[in-house]
Design a protein around this ligand. Structure first.
Ligand SMILES: Nc1ncnc2c1ncn2[C@@H]1O[C@H](COP(=O)(O)OP(=O)(O)O)[C@@H](O)[C@H]1O
Ligand SMILES: CC(C)(COP(=O)(O)O)[C@@H](O)C(=O)NCCC(=O)O
Ligand SMILES: [K+]
Length: 247
């Protein structure tokens, strides 16, 4: 089966065989803004049992994706939505399907793999924080712009702050050029936000296993106060769990 994880920056795909859970499967990605459909066609043009999609890229992209899949494969395409409850993981949203499916699947992966409460931070296009207690109840979460999105909003919303790289060879957290001032300011915004919110979460819910993932996790983790377990591919891991338990 083909698994697709469409985020707001990258579209990733991975082949998966439920009969061989541990087998290394082929995978790849392309930027959402420049969809490389041929790359997907190559993945679709083979016998497939089904195509399972986690997408938060929006209606227009989803429709295009489904059309591409249907044109190149007879396999059924499943666009997942966050359920109210699955494998004892309980969604806290009043409208469960409005919780990002990528958030839900990443939580499902951590929940099934640890069976204990956790705080999960996903540093992608947006940065999401989610808390799950020891009974699998999602306590809720937070959403804030990711690093690249913060930088884009500064460049777009000001007249003289631009992307031009500039000379600044000083090794300090304070910058002496526009470029480095924006790089550092946005980085520290997220670092201090995460430090603070994890403090609040621990004060409210007690000590929790802290997990971090997403495209910018590596850049952030070394600057954070708390120690984090770094994970990759959580959405795919969640998709695999979903696929093997929903046949
Ligand atoms: N080559 C790159 N191009 C764009 N963004 C990148 C790149 N490398 C790292 N990033 C960072 O990774 C983030 C996207 O991470 P990812 O977890 O793949 O997000 P999403 O699931 O939202 O597509 C971007 O917001 C950006 O800050
Ligand atoms: C919060 C998100 C934008 C994160 O997307 P990502 O950074 O993974 O591209 C996505 O999970 C989403 O669109 N969620 C729907 C709103 C919600 O979860 O409340
Ligand atoms: K994210």
């Amino acid at each position: 089966m083909l698994l697709i994880d469409a985020g707001n920056t990258f579209v990733k795909w991975q082949q998966f065989s439920p009969s061989d859970f541990s087998k290394e499967s082929s995978f790849g990605q392309f930027p959402l803004q420049e969809p490389q459909w041929e790359m997907l066609h190559q993945q679709i043009n083979r016998p497939l049992e089904r195509i399972m999609v986690s997408s938060v890229a929006g209606e227009a992209f989803d429709q295009k994706l489904v059309k591409q899949c249907q044109q190149h494969s007879a396999a059924p395409v499943q666009l997942l939505q966050s359920p109210n409850e699955f494998l004892q993981l309980k969604n806290s949203y009043f409208e469960p399907e409005r919780l990002g499916i990528d958030r839900w699947l990443a939580m499902l992966a951590v929940w099934r793999e640890t069976s204990q409460g956790f705080c999960l931070i996903d540093c992608g296009s947006a940065v999401t924080v989610d808390v799950v207690d020891g009974q699998g109840q999602h306590s809720g979460g937070l959403i804030t712009p990711g690093l690249e999105m913060m930088r884009q909003s500064l460049f777009g919303g000001t007249g003289r702050v631009d992307r031009r790289p500039s000379e600044d060879s000083r090794q300090s957290f304070l910058a002496c050029s526009t470029f480095h001032a924006v790089q550092g300011g946005t980085l520290y915004s997220l670092v201090s936000y995460i430090d603070r919110i994890v403090d609040e979460i621990q004060a409210t819910y007690g000590e929790l296993n802290c997990v971090i993932t997403g495209g910018d996790a590596e850049q952030l983790v070394s600057l954070l106060k708390q120690s984090f377990q770094m994970e990759k591919g959580l959405v795919f891991r969640g998709l695999k769990i979903f696929a093997t338990h929903s046949e």
